[in-house]
Design a protein around this ligand. Structure first.
Ligand code: SF4
Length: 306
């Protein structure tokens, strides 16, 4: 991947971003397994051609900085957990499935339970709840710990909410009172985790054998697709009275002083996050208006690997 500096970030900041490299052990990381096979294969195959701007990585290095601080702290002031186990931070585990295929994962904290720190937005939790890929990621960590002789009591995400606003706390909508949330994650039985991991490895390996144009298409869920919706709003008010799935239903509910705001649907991952987009036949088929190759530095933001 080539990294540009279109926005002239200061040299020290650019250097930190350009020199930062995520290296994984094994063929499949725990965060990679849930990803769509088409996206993973295209990113691997076209890594040398992918161009991104340093500004895309600013949130990522903020998250990494917090992880580094948490890793470096001694843990002696930790309120719970045996002291010896508090030392198991940023521990990378690898397990060989055979035939040269290894699965790896780096746990932020193991204290009898598995904890994953995430630096993320408030709305990713309030709107989306627990993402299936995060549940799978943490259960892959637990599976790896079991393969190394450690049982896991429970799983949790500790989320630092980077865009939390004091003015919104206490305003309802379950808005968190502080910029931190602790989210429990369901712990899968070992058989379920093993089945999940082996099946995801199998679909990724099968995809590696296919040419770009024959890769398995991403599902709407993979694409983080949102359908077009219709918000019924009162004039002079920001919040919608109600949001409808169809124009007809919204039209039937209008009253004097209200109007309909169309909220166009989108495939958020494809349009805003996916580095594989310039090489993706599915994306071009679904967006014939973009028949020309997509210009440099697409994927205006970067998916955090945490
Ligand atoms: S651009 Fe969309 S369809 Fe193509 S690989 Fe990325 S997420 Fe999948």
């Amino acid at each position: 991947m080539k990294i540009t500096n279109v926005h002239n970030l200061p040299a020290p900041l650019f250097d930190v971003i350009a020199s930062d490299e995520y290296r994984k052990s094994g063929r499949f990381s725990s965060s990679e397994l849930p990803s769509p096979p088409q996206m993973r294969v295209l990113k691997l195959r076209h890594d040398d051609e992918i161009v991104k701007d340093a500004s895309d990585f600013l949130w990522l290095i903020q998250g990494k900085s917090i992880h580094k601080l948490l890793e470096a702290s001694s843990g002696t002031n930790a309120p719970t957990g045996p002291a010896a186990l508090d030392d198991l931070r940023e521990k990378e585990l690898v397990y060989d499935l055979g035939d040269g295929v290894a699965v790896s994962g780096t746990t932020d904290l193991y204290n009898g339970g598995v904890v994953d720190w995430k630096v993320t937005s408030v709305w990713s939790f309030l709107l989306g709840g627990l993402k299936p890929e995060w549940e799978a990621q943490l259960n892959t960590y637990a599976w790896l710990w079991r393969r190394h002789g450690y049982e896991t009591r429970d799983l949790a995400i500790y989320a630092i909410l980077r865009d939390w606003q004091k003015s919104k706390s206490g305003a309802g909508d379950n808005y968190p009172p502080i910029p931190f949330m602790q989210i429990p994650v369901p712990l899968w039985p070992d058989l379920q985790a093993e089945g999940y991991i082996r099946s995801r490895v199998a679909v990724h390996l099968a995809a590696e054998e296919l040419p770009d144009e024959a890769l398995p298409p991403c599902s709407l869920e993979d694409q983080w697709a949102k359908a077009t919706s219709y918000a019924l709003k009162k004039r002079g008010q920001v919040r919608a009275v109600r949001v409808f799935e169809t124009r007809e239903a919204a039209d039937a509910s209008t009253t004097p002083g209200t109007y309909i705001e169309e909220r166009p649907g989108k495939r958020t991952r494809c349009e805003e996050y996916c580095d594989a987009r310039p090489f993706c036949h599915q994306f071009l088929a679904e967006h014939p208006e973009l028949a020309e190759p997509v210009p440099d530095a697409v994927g205006s933001q970067t998916e955090a690997p945490y």
